[in-house]
Design a protein around this ligand. Structure first.
Ligand SMILES: [Zn+2]
Length: 470
């Protein structure tokens, strides 16, 4: 067996269930991420959305390294602990703050309602988590002869997100394996741009948007404003399914800017921008928005300049947060019937669960409402079906119920917090020492296929593989 060896336990041939293993010897390995499967995706080894127990050996796993706290990267951690894993869990410092909150929610939603049990698991978990400053080498305790260290660098995807440089072996002849995690765009609101790696031996690279390029941020914000103006004209609700972490805060940040820039103007006929309400209907998203505000030192210069100018990018006047489930149900009923010009951001992002489902059931049948997708919809999720069949007057199944789609469906690509094809290629090409191998993961076959073709032309000396065929 040649080391370092890389095994993929998820996010191959799809975008969820991220979990990769880096083996540096017979007795030593680390896991990079341990995420939930969603929709129809699975590990190819027996695990999937309905069977999340860890199906691979972990006796030799010395640590878990977390790139960022999205559920498709961390949601299986409780199952990892159930399988006997006792830590440590390394991540960036902001991620260390966000992770317990993410997992507490994951436990409540997917595992148990038992408060004591949840508290015990979370307390145990907190003891395993070690926040590591960006750019600092963290040695991993191993049993074998090959030393191993990891370093977190900014990935620009969500707050705290990192790509991870793994140094296997002693200084001079060390091999470097980089796991990209999820990479962000250079101009993602609130965040510093991704750091550029200088080089490595093997790069494990995400390929979510390997087959397309986003519009720039300015064009994206214009597109958002245009959809809002158009949608608010007939006084319906604009419903945005969004993930609690990252995209929601990014959206709030851009919405605050649209409201700020248009102060005194009209959003639609006889409708002032000042009268447009933004509703955040997701207790989790609200919690994370609070955490984002606490983690202000990690924001980029633009965001901090807005605060200095007296603005409140994530806490503005026209923003209302819905907390209790009763208030949520009332809001759904009220907004479905009345023509209030409201923008609702509700979790979850792919419409497979969460409060957004109640809105969809109440609103999809009415052409006065608009559904706006701002993020990637995985195969097999209701979100993908609405996106695909909605514009042709099709239907979607929600909670086993067939719901006809008459509401208008919009998609703004690029509000995705994922680098596009250009970004992914530049991440590789700007390395001074090109990897001898790139393994493309975390993408639909179409997306990773197109990216693979491009990379094979652009960096011909690098072997580009697409697991599980690697
Ligand atoms: Zn992510």
């Amino acid at each position: 067996m040649a080391y370092p060896e890389i095994l993929h336990h998820g996010a191959v041939g799809g975008v969820t269930g991220s979990c990769h293993e880096l083996r540096v010897g017979e007795d030593d390995a680390i896991l990079i991420d341990c995420g939930l499967f969603q929709g129809a995706e699975n590990s190819g080894e027996g695990a999937g959305a309905n069977n999340l127990a860890i199906e691979f050996p972990i006796d030799h796993v010395r640590a878990l390294v977390v790139t960022h706290v999205h559920i498709d990267h961390v949601g299986r951690i409780p199952y990892l602990i159930a399988a006997g894993f006792r830590g440590p869990i390394y991540c960036s410092q902001p991620s260390a703050k966000l992770l317990p909150v993410v997992l507490e929610d994951a436990l409540k939603v997917g595992v148990t309602r038992n408060r004591d049990l949840i508290e015990r698991v979370i307390n145990g978990l907190k003891k395993m988590i070690r926040g590591v400053p960006f750019g600092q080498w963290q040695p991993i305790e191993v049993e074998g002869a090959t030393p191993l260290a990891v370093q977190f660098r900014r990935a620009g995807h969500i707050l705290g997100s990192a790509w991870v440089d793994c140094r296997c072996g002693n200084d001079a002849d060390a091999r470097h394996v980089i796991f990209s995690g999820d990479l962000g765009d250079a101009d993602t609101p609130l965040l510093h741009p991704p750091d550029q790696p200088q080089g490595c031996d093997v790069l494990v690279l995400e390929s979510t948007y390997g087959d397309r390029n986003h519009e720039g941020r300015a064009a994206r914000q214009q597109a958002l404003e245009k959809v809002l103006r158009h949608a608010l004209e007939d006084r319906g609700t604009v419903l945005i399914p969004a993930f609690s972490i990252g995209r929601t805060q990014e959206l709030l940040y851009e919405l605050e800017d649209i409201l700020h820039r248009n102060r005194g103007g009209n959003a639609a006929s006889r409708l002032a921008w000042e009268d447009v309400e933004i509703v955040l209907d997701s207790p989790m998203a609200a919690t994370f928005t609070d955490l984002y505000r606490e983690l202000r030192p990690y924001w980029d210069d633009e965001a901090r300049a807005r605060i200095a100018a007296g603005r409140h990018p994530l806490d503005f006047e026209q923003l209302t947060t819905i907390d209790s489930h009763d208030d949520h149900l009332r809001a759904v009923q009220y907004l479905a019937k009345t023509g209030r010009p409201v923008v609702v951001i509700a979790a979850g992002g792919m419409c497979a669960g969460g409060r957004v489902v109640n809105y969809l059931k109440a609103m999809l049948g009415d052409p006065k409402h608009d559904i706006l997708f701002v993020g990637y919809q995985a195969r097999g999720t209701p979100g993908r079906d609405i996106q695909q069949y909605g514009p042709r007057g099709g239907y979607v199944e929600l909670d086993g119920e067939r719901v006809d789609i008459r509401a208008r469906v919009h998609t703004i690509s690029g509000y995705s917090a994922h680098a596009d094809q250009h970004g992914l290629i530049e991440f590789v090409r700007n390395m001074k020492r090109l990897p001898r191998q790139i393994r493309l993961i975390h993408g639909d076959p179409q997306a990773s296929g197109v990216l693979a073709d491009h990379l094979r032309t652009l960096v011909p000396d690098t072997l580009v593989a697409r697991p599980p065929d690697a």
